[in-house]
Write a protein that binds this ligand. Structure first.
Ligand code: ISE
Length: 318
């Protein structure tokens, strides 16, 4: 059997998932794409049906399961509808725009396990090796994590708090996944006047301290770097260069220009794992769940609220 998948939203992320489903993912067929912009939907459809509205796509009989890549504010209603129809859904982050909406999805999904959230870094080979090394005790007890998250240039649709809810949220999720921590306190500094760099120092329930830098206009390239310092050693990502140039007596390495290139393998592996799990009637435990989506949104929105006062206590959502 192949899984008929519909993609809602044909922007950058929806376009990527649509291409993966039609060209690279085994066991799946892209059967439909929806977008209010017909041209965009057409370009991402690869011969599948086209809908203007996500709601119509969800109800289409050929759609067994969904990937949701529409604007954040639409997620709640679409995921709740998919749940009512019993259709599995892989939702791009955030799970929903507010904590209340995330909680409602989490509660509706308990027992059904139909909802997954696309925190794709969990499938990055480098993060997976890190997690494995930690599990084998390679560096002893982890004490400190340093995360740097730099974009070449902030997307045009970025507004103030999105630096936390849209970018820092990845560090929040990956640290929970790597270390099993929950966050209890944050100290925040906004660096420079443009509001495009934020430093966060987070305390956790396991005593591990996590320092996160997010810089939205780093200009030299897209660069994500994580280092974990343990009692007996450290693990750090090697430079994720995609091209090495030797020229005029010097060597240089090129950075990816954006996250689509840097995490290309993660998106492919995530979508493949999701399709495989849905075909076997189960949820893939490696993919973020509705609960993870609730936790990530809750921490991100709490941190964003604390920005003007420089930090404060964080509530663990459940
Ligand atoms: C973007 O929305 C993403 O999800 C990327 O993974 C992240 O690195 C980037 O900072 C966000 O703007």
């Amino acid at each position: 059997m192949t899984l008929g998948v519909g993609v809602i939203g044909a922007g950058v992320m929806g376009g990527l998932h649509a291409r993966l489903l039609s060209e690279e993912i085994a066991g799946a067929r892209l059967v439909a794409v929806s977008d209010p912009d017909e041209g965009r939907a057409q370009a991402a459809s690869y011969g599948g049906k086209i809908f203007q509205k996500g709601m119509a796509l969800i109800h289409c009989d050929a759609v067994d399961a969904l990937i949701l890549a529409s604007p954040d504010a639409t997620h709640h209603e679409l995921v709740m509808t998919a749940l009512r129809l019993g259709k599995p859904v892989l939702c791009e982050k955030p799970l929903a725009a507010t904590v209340m909406q995330c909680r409602e999805i989490y509660e509706a999904d308990s027992g059904q396990d139909l909802v997954s959230v696309g925190f794709m870094r969990r499938f990055d080979p480098c993060y997976r090796e890190m997690k494995e090394a930690l599990c084998h005790g390679a560096i002893g007890t982890p004490m400190l994590v340093r995360c740097a998250h730099r974009n070449r240039v902030a997307p045009s649709w970025f507004d103030g708090s999105m630096i936390i809810s849209n970018a820092m949220v990845h560090e929040i999720d990956i640290c929970r996944w790597l270390l099993g921590v929950e966050f209890t306190y944050v100290r925040l500094s906004s660096v420079g006047e443009a509001g495009d760099m934020i430093l966060a120092e987070l305390q956790t329930n396991l005593g591990i301290v996590i320092s996160i830098e997010v810089f939205m206009n780093a200009s030299y390239g897209y660069h994500v770097h994580t280092e974990i310092v343990g009692r007996d050693g450290t693990i750090a990502m090697a430079e994720p260069a995609v091209l090495r140039l030797r020229r005029e007596g010097a060597a240089s390495a090129a950075y990816s220009s954006d996250w689509i290139r840097r995490f290309a393998e993660s998106y492919r592996a995530q979508d493949q794992a999701w399709v495989r799990a849905v075909l076997h009637n189960r949820r893939c435990s490696e993919i973020a769940s509705a609960r993870d989506g609730l936790f990530a949104t809750s921490y991100a929105l709490q941190i964003a609220d604390l920005l003007t006062v420089g930090g404060g206590k964080l509530e663990i959502p459940i």
